[in-house]
Design a protein around this ligand. Structure first.
Ligand code: HEM
Ligand code: HEM
Length: 233
């Protein structure tokens, strides 16, 4: 990118923010919202699976998958395998998380797919699955020709980052929507739970930014961008 900044620092920042976001969403859903359950007469516990799985799977593991090329010390082939596996785990977590949201709606007699959040969310997971299949077929098995791989890579990176940014945006809409529902049914607007949710959403914004920067910045910076004294001829 030619700005003289390496990706490495941002990969560390991403790990820290990812760990913070995971802890915060768990504290919210377990401590404040009563825990997680697939089967329960308290349907809110089924809903709680949704933010936890979407965040830890889609956003955190998906982010770790993207930065794996810059964050890990191993060979390109090993990193490719880790990239592929982490993305598929993210996809499975995402599918389970969305299933939980539908299950909660169906068992509570609430309509499905009425919000912008749900539309963008469904679009995001479909594009993520397409990106994964395209990546697998092109770069792994059976693998495309060298020329096609070279031409496809920039598009893989651009589309991958677009889908990831879309996932971050969806999560932001989700936090906003859920907190607004809770505040409309009496939750203290300036209480500790409201602050926790808003701060979690902020951490997710910064996590998204540092993952994207880790991907677009170079692993190594050439010395030519450094300071050199201008001397008289
Ligand atoms: C990238 C991550 C996310 C995706 C792809 C996603 C996707 C979805 C989808 C497809 C639905 C529709 C379910 C239905 O209509 O039955 C939904 C519902 C919901 N999600 Fe998410 N979600 C994500 C993250 C979150 C987060 C972090 C929260 C925060 C609490 C959240 C809150 C909600 C709420 C409150 C609903 C029910 C209301 C509605 O349908 O809009 N979501 N989500
Ligand atoms: C939804 C799934 C996927 C997303 C969102 C995604 C996203 C990305 C992104 C953002 C990069 C750029 C990383 C960087 O330059 O630091 C990248 C690189 C790459 N991805 Fe994926 N990817 C996905 C799935 C796959 C799959 C399944 C494969 C198959 C092996 C794959 C193979 C590659 C390769 C070979 C690179 C190039 C690394 C390099 O040489 O710089 N990706 N991917």
């Amino acid at each position: 990118m030619g700005v003289g900044v390496r990706a490495t620092g941002f990969t560390y920042v991403s790990h820290v923010l990812a760990a913070a976001a995971a802890v915060m969403v768990l504290v919210w859903c377990i401590h404040f919202r009563g825990g997680l359950a697939f089967e329960s007469t308290n349907k809110n516990l089924i809903f709680n699976i949704h933010p936890v799985f979407m965040l830890i799977g889609f956003i955190i593991l998906g982010g770790e998958a993207i930065i794996s090329y810059k964050a890990l010390p191993w060979s390109k082939e090993v990193k490719k395998l880790i990239h592929l596996i982490l993305h598929v785990i993210a996809l499975v977590f995402g599918a389970v998380g969305i299933y939980a949201a539908f299950k909660f709606h169906n068992e509570s007699g609430i309509y499905n797919l009425y919000s912008l959040h749900s539309w963008v969310g469904l679009g995001t997971i479909c594009l993520y699955a397409i990106q994964w299949i395209f990546g697998l077929v092109t770069f792994f098995y059976p693998g495309a020709t060298m020329t096609f791989r070279r031409d496809a890579l920039p598009w893989h990176v651009i589309f991958g980052l677009f889908v990831y940014i879309l996932a971050i945006t969806t999560a932001e809409l989700g936090f906003l929507e859920k907190l607004t529902f809770l505040q409309n049914s009496g939750l203290d607007k300036f209480g500790s739970e409201a602050f926790l949710v808003n701060f979690t959403a902020l951490v997710v914004v910064f996590l998204g930014a540092s993952v994207v920067l880790s991907a677009v910045l170079p692993a190594q910076v050439e010395d030519t961008t450094g300071y050199t004294e201008i001397t008289d001829p």
